[in-house]
Write a protein that binds this ligand. Structure first.
Ligand SMILES: Nc1nc2c(ncn2[C@@H]2O[C@H](COP(=O)(O)OP(=O)(O)O)[C@@H](O)[C@H]2O)c(=O)[nH]1
Ligand SMILES: [Mg+2]
Length: 247
């Protein structure tokens, strides 16, 4: 159902040179919501792509007006793009989802259940064990992810096993507050977001999701990992300087 008035759902998809991976996922997302009795919008934030990503989004929009394209002239980073999408979104529940479809859109049901049970934010997780899910992860990404998660636990988020999964659901008011405060524009943004959430006392529930590594990743552990750690340290310094927040 296309959106009229306030949509029930917003799906925010950050996309940087995703002409190959995005179209199939966009089709999957649209088909999923067309089968539900809830209004929705899909915001694709094209972060300065040079490969024709936007053309695919406009094609999808021609068939489904609930799909919209938010085009940034130059590449800023995933955090910048997700923030722009979340702040432009109107849905009561707002999902960020990676363009490659590593997490099937049907996994939304698991996150929604957590929100209905009282969470402010439901965080998809590749680390939580659950017999009802499967993961296909390349070994070097699994190992680097474990090191990263270990560091993040030491850097102030002891209770989140996987901060980096690109599948997170927010209640609208919570998204507006947190993305309004978020400053990290790169891949380290998820950690700042969760640090801000912790500080505000929001309820964060981690939810095991199905996940399959997709070829064509743009994240390079040795190049992006150190940047991400620096972004997290900078976020911690900013938070330490800020007077404590009340929600
Ligand atoms: N906005 C934005 N998104 C990016 C950038 N690089 C990657 N992404 C998006 O971040 C998501 C995850 O990227 P991906 O390469 O699959 O990372 P991986 O799953 O960690 O290997 C996808 O939706 C990408 O399009 C970037 O520079 N800017
Ligand atoms: Mg991916």
């Amino acid at each position: 159902m296309p959106s009229a008035g306030i949509p029930g759902w917003s799906v925010i998809i950050p996309a940087y040179n995703e002409a190959r991976r995005l179209p199939a996922y966009l089709d999957e997302v649209v088909a999923y919501f067309e089968g539900l009795d809830r209004s929705y919008e899909v915001l694709v934030v094209d972060d300065g792509s040079s490969d024709g990503t936007a053309t695919h989004v406009l094609e999808a929009q021609a068939g489904h007006p609930a799909v919209t394209l938010h085009r940034l002239a130059v590449n800023h980073g995933k955090g910048f793009a997700v923030r722009a999408g979340m702040l432009a979104a109107r849905g009561e529940l707002r999902l960020m989802a990676d363009a490659d479809g590593a997490t099937p859109i049907g996994e939304l049901k698991r996150l929604e259940a957590a929100i209905l049970a009282g969470a402010d934010i439901a965080v998809g997780s590749r680390a939580l064990r659950d017999p009802s899910v499967t993961r296909q992860v390349r070994l070097h990404r699994k190992l680097s992810g474990e090191v990263f998660n270990f560091l993040v636990r030491r850097l102030g988020l002891p209770d989140v096993a996987d901060t980096q999964c690109g599948f997170k659901l927010f209640r609208a008011e919570v998204a507006t507050v947190l993305f309004g405060e978020l400053e990290t524009i790169g891949f380290g943004f998820d950690v700042e977001l969760l640090l801000l959430a912790q500080r505000r006392g929001y309820r964060v529930t981690e939810v095991a999701v199905n996940w399959a590594d997709q070829p064509g990743s743009k994240v390079t552990v040795f190049r992006d990992g150190p940047h991400m750690v620096r972004q997290i340290l900078a976020a911690r310094r900013r938070l330490a300087r800020r007077p404590s927040a009340s929600s």
